[in-house]
Design a protein around this ligand. Structure first.
Ligand code: COA
Length: 326
């Protein structure tokens, strides 16, 4: 008998303000167009946090929905893992802010910084905590307010990102140790710090300088994305003795429609088996996978028994994939 981390519930939160490409351009006086942004990225809209709205408030809203979806009480939660690059503050962790907002008074809570790969990293750590018996009921949350770290004079980056939060509740359940088990089957995490500067935040807490804004070498990131994501998904499938044909759903990090479509083609998946929210949400970094997962699970696309592959790449460079059966 093995312990499996079953995805028992999921939740989402998007801030009320929603801006089209044209509205964003007008708001910030950007020399860009809806056609350019859509053609290069597939992005049409993004949500923006209200002034004063924090990553912890958004994460707590998503977490409450995940608890309700799972039919769980906050008092059952014994670990909260938050993936974010835009925490309320360097410390205390956004995870403990969320813990307090949920009224959880037991267990432990901490943040993880792996940029856009943060949710996959957090799933991997949560899975290990559950398999080892260190935790039985774990909230994994991705929450981001990238609108606060964007350089609104850099049209090459500021049009790409949005704000939001997504959460899953993981519950320990006994499994047979086969790939027919429900829950997370495996997670595969990678980092290569030699490429740290191609996507980074210049400055911030503890830094010797910089305004705390996002910088990106877009073409470099794109080049790494397609090769590394394909490799890590193949690694994850091989670890489970599976092939592309076993995948029911791809739920990728939502950075760019061209990267997502290239991945779908590499995996021989028809378009309708790839969950896409990038047109409506833009890139919400660590929140993008749980937002997409939640949408497809709650609208009935992802059914019990389905095999779901999640993959992401982000600043670090970090990248990874997770395979789960619902
Ligand atoms: N609107 C109009 N023109 C723009 C623009 C915008 N928002 N942003 C950049 N441009 C211009 C550039 O100034 C450049 O003009 P020039 O040729 O006159 O110098 C031209 O478009 C091409 O710029 P470039 O940066 O080479 O574009 P690109 O084809 O590489 O596309 C990205 C830019 C960002 C869309 C693309 O590199 C990409 O998607 N990269 C991956 C990014 C990503 O996914 N990051 C997150 C990973 S977690």
């Amino acid at each position: 008998m093995v312990l499996r981390a079953r995805i028992a519930g999921c939740g989402a939160y998007l801030p009320a303000q929603r801006l089209s490409n044209d509205e964003l351009a007008a708001l910030h006086g950007l020399d860009t167009s809806d056609a350019w942004i859509r053609e290069r990225t597939g992005i049409g809209f993004r949500h923006m946090a209200a002034p004063g709205e924090t990553a912890s408030e958004m994460g707590a809203a998503a977490a409450r929905e995940a608890l309700a979806h799972a039919g769980a009480q906050a008092s059952e939660v014994d670990a909260i893992l938050v993936a974010t690059s835009t925490p309320d503050s360097a410390f205390p962790a956004t995870a403990v802010r969320i813990q307090a907002q949920l009224g959880v008074t037991r267990g432990f809570a901490f943040d993880m910084a792996a940029a856009c790969t943060g949710f996959v990293y957090a799933l991997g750590v949560a899975d290990s905590l559950i398999r080892s018996g260190a935790a039985r009921c774990v909230l994994v949350i991705g929450t981001e307010v990238f609108s606060r770290i964007l350089d609104w004079t850099d049209r090459g980056t500021c049009v790409l990102f949005g704000d939001g939060a997504g959460a899953v509740l993981l519950r320990a359940e006994p499994g047979a140790g086969t790939t027919a088990d429900r829950g997370i089957l495996s997670c595969h995490l990678h980092a290569d710090g030699r490429h740290g500067d191609i996507l980074h935040i210049e400055g911030g807490a503890g830094s010797t300088g910089g305004a705390g804004l996002l910088r990106m070498a877009g073409k470099e990131v794109f080049r790494h994305a397609v090769t590394k994501l394909a490799a890590v998904v193949d690694e994850a499938l091989a670890a489970n003795g599976m092939t592309h044909a076993d995948i029911n759903w791809l739920v990728p990090h939502q950075a760019n429609a061209r990267i997502i479509e290239a991945m779908g083609r590499k995996l021989n998946l028809p378009r309708e088996r790839v969950v896409m929210t990038v047109e409506r949400h833009a890139n919400t970094s660590a929140a993008s996978i749980p937002l997409a997962l939640c949408e497809a699970r709650r609208d009935g696309r992802i059914a019990d028994g389905d095999l779901v592959v999640m993959e992401a790449i982000g600043g670090g460079l970090t990248w990874g994939a997770a395979i789960a059966r619902f």
